[in-house]
Design a protein around this ligand. Structure first.
Ligand code: AHR
Length: 501
C-alpha cells in the first residue's frame, strides 16, 4: 500500500493545551483503595500511597487529574472525607452499590496529586446536592484562611489552600442513571448559578459544564444546546464522554469509531458556535473530553455483578485487560484529539488505575503497564507543541461506523522550542505494510532522532502481572529522512512515534 503525505511548518491547527493529556480517577472499584492507596502494601509510603503505582503514574507526565467522580460524585458528601480518619463515616455509594470508607478524601488525594506533580480538576456534586455544598467545598479547598470552612481545613493540618482552578459542574447530568438526573434547562440554570457563585470565590476558576454522556443519547445534541443557552457566559468548557469497544469483533470497524468521534467533536463545536452567535457573545467555550477510553471487555458481566452484590468495599470493578488492538484504538483517538486541538483543550483518559485503566495493580502484589499505557505515554511526552495539518493520500476503507477511513493515520506535532517534529503514526491495515513517502515542507535538514514502534503482535495479546513487558515500544527501523522526505515501510497493524530534530 503506497501512501503519499505532506506536512508544512506553517499549517498550524492550534497550540496544543498540555491538558490534552490529562486523566480521570474515581472513587470506585479498586481505583483509589488498593489502586493508589494501600497502607498494608510493601510499597506503601508513610501516607499509605503505593510508590510502585506512583512511579508508573509519574512516567505518564499527566498535567491534570479529574476527581472524585464520575457517577460517584452525584451522591458524594465531601465533608465525609476530611478530618480524623477514624471518625469518618462509612457510607453507601449509590452509583456502584459499594461501601465507601472515606479513608481518602480531598486532603489525602491533594497530597497524592501534589507528589505526582499533577494539578487537580475537582467535580462538585450537582446531583443529590447543589450550589450551597459546592460553595462550601470550594471555600474549604481554595480559601487561604479566616473563615469557617478554610479554618476547618487548616485545623485538619492543611495550612495552605489547594488552589484548584478547574471545576466540573456535576457529572453526566443528562443520564437517567445519574443520582439527581436533571432536564437540560433545569441543569443549565443550576450550572450557571453555581459557576457564577464559585467564580466569586475563585475569580480565575474555569468551569466545565456537562454535555451528553455520549453521542448516542436520545437527547444529544439538543442537551448541549439547551444547557449552553442557560450558562454560556459563565462556563469555559463543555464535557464530552465516549467509551469504545470492539463488540462485533470487526477490528477495522472498531478503528472507524474514531471517525465517529471526529463527527461528535465537530457537532458540539457547531452547537457551541450556534449558541455563541445566538447570544452575541464575544467569549469562546471549548471542549473538555473528560472521559474517554476502551470499555467493553467485562462490561456486561460487571453490570450483572453490581446489580447482585451486597455493597462490598473496594471490589474489583471494570478491571479491563487491554490488548494490542485496544492500544491502536487509543493511539488513534489521541491522534484525533491532536487534530481537533483547536476545539478540544482538555481530554482525560478514563480512568488511571485498575478501573478501565492504563495501570493495573494487584492487591498486595505488583503493578504493571497495560498495552494502552504506551501510546498515551509517548503522546504525553512528545505531543506538546503545535499541532500541524497532515495531508494524507492513501487507500481507504468503508465500515459500518464510517466510510472512507484512511488505513494510515498520522498526527504531527511541532515543538519549535525543542526543535522537534514528532509524528504519531498507525498503520491500521490488518495484513499489508504501508510504504510511506512524507514530504516535509519547511523542515530543511531534518534528521531522524527517534523511532519507537509496536508491531507484529496478535491483536488480542495483552500484558499482565506475569508478562508485564510483553507489548512495549521498541526502537523501530525501516524509516529514514532523505531530501526532506520521511520514507520507509510500516508493518501491518503497527504503531509508531517518529521524532525528527
Ligand atoms: O468511568 C466510569 C463511569 O463512566 C463514570 O463514573 C461515569 O461518568 C461514566 O458513565
Amino acid at each position: 500500500m503506497q501512501i503519499r503525505a505532506s506536512v508544512h511548518r506553517d499549517f498550524t491547527i492550534a497550540v496544543i493545551d498540555d491538558r490534552l493529556y490529562s486523566a480521570f480517577i474515581e472513587h470506585m472499584g479498586r481505583a483509589i483503595y488498593s489502586g493508589i492507596h494501600e497502607p498494608d502494601h510493601p510499597e506503601a509510603d508513610e501516607r499509605g500511597f503505593r510508590r510502585d503505582v506512583m512511579s508508573l503514574v509519574r512516567d505518564l507526565h499527566i498535567p491534570t487529574i479529574r476527581y472524585p467522580g464520575g457517577n460517584f460524585v452525584s451522591a458524594y458528601r465531601w465533608e465525609d472525607g476530611v478530618g480524623p480518619s477514624e471518625q469518618r463515616p462509612v457510607r453507601l455509594d449509590l452509583a456502584w452499590r459499594t461501601r465507601e470508607t472515606n479513608q481518602v478524601g480531598i486532603n489525602e488525594f491533594g497530597a497524592w496529586a501534589e507528589s505526582a506533580g499533577i494539578d487537580m480538576m475537582l467535580a462538585v456534586n450537582l446531583g443529590s446536592r447543589g450550589l450551597e455544598e459546592a460553595r462550601n467545598f470550594v471555600e474549604y479547598v481554595n480559601h487561604p484562611g479566616g473563615t469557617w470552612w478554610s479554618d476547618l481545613r487548616r485545623s485538619h493540618g492543611v495550612e495552605n489552600p489547594w488552589n484548584v482552578n478547574l471545576w466540573c459542574l456535576g457529572n453526566e447530568m443528562d443520564g437517567p442513571w445519574q443520582i439527581g438526573h436533571k432536564e437540560a434547562k433545569e441543569y443549565g440554570r443550576l450550572a450557571d448559578e453555581t459557576a457564577k457563585a464559585l467564580r466569586g470565590l475563585t475569580p480565575t476558576a474555569e468551569f466545565v459544564v456537562c454535555g451528553s454522556s455520549h453521542d448516542h443519547m436520545p437527547s444529544y445534541p439538543d442537551w448541549e444546546r439547551e444547557v449552553l443557552e442557560q450558562c454560556y457566559d459563565n462556563v469555559d468548557y463543555i464535557s464530552l464522554h465516549k467509551y469504545f469497544g470492539n463488540r462485533s469483533g470487526d477490528t477495522l470497524d472498531y478503528f472507524a469509531t474514531i471517525e465517529e468521534t471526529g463527527r461528535y467533536i465537530q457537532t458540539i463545536a457547531g452547537v457551541i458556535d450556534y449558541v455563541k452567535a445566538k447570544k452575541r457573545s464575544a467569549r469562546d467555550v471549548y471542549i473538555c473530553f473528560d472521559e474517554w477510553n476502551v470499555w467493553y471487555h467485562n462490561r456486561d458481566e460487571d453490570d450483572r455483578r453490581v446489580a447482585q452484590w451486597d455493597w462490598p468495599e473496594a471490589p474489583a470493578l471494570l478491571e479491563e485487560t487491554y490488548n494490542f488492538e485496544d492500544a491502536l484504538l487509543v493511539a488513534g483517538l489521541i491522534n484525533e484529539f491532536i487534530r481537533r486541538s483547536d476545539r478540544v483543550r482538555i481530554a482525560c483518559i478514563a480512568q488511571l488505575v485498575n478501573v478501565i485503566a492504563p495501570i493495573r495493580a494487584e492487591r498486595g502484589g505488583p503493578a504493571w503497564r497495560q498495552t494502552i499505557y504506551w501510546p498515551f505515554q509517548f503522546a504525553s511526552r512528545y505531543g506538546r507543541g503545535r499541532a500541524l495539518r497532515v495531508a494524507v493520500d492513501g487507500p481507504t476503507y468503508n465500515a459500518p461506523n464510517a466510510s472512507d477511513v484512511q488505513y494510515l493515520d498520522i498526527a504531527a506535532v511541532h515543538n519549535p522550542a525543542e526543535g522537534a517534529l514528532t509524528f504519531f503514526i498507525i498503520n491500521r491495515h490488518l495484513t499489508e505494510p504501508a510504504s510511506l513517502d512524507l514530504d516535509l515542507h519547511g523542515f530543511d535538514g531534518a534528521r531522524l532522532d527517534m523511532h519507537h514502534s509496536m508491531s507484529g503482535h496478535d491483536p488480542k495479546a495483552s500484558n499482565g502481572p506475569d508478562r508485564p513487558d510483553h507489548i512495549v515500544p521498541v526502537p523501530g527501523n525501516g524509516l529514514g529522512v532523505e531530501d526532506n522526505r520521511l520514507r520507509g515501510e510500516l508493518a501491518p497493524l503497527s504503531w509508531h512515534t517518529v521524532r525528527l530534530g
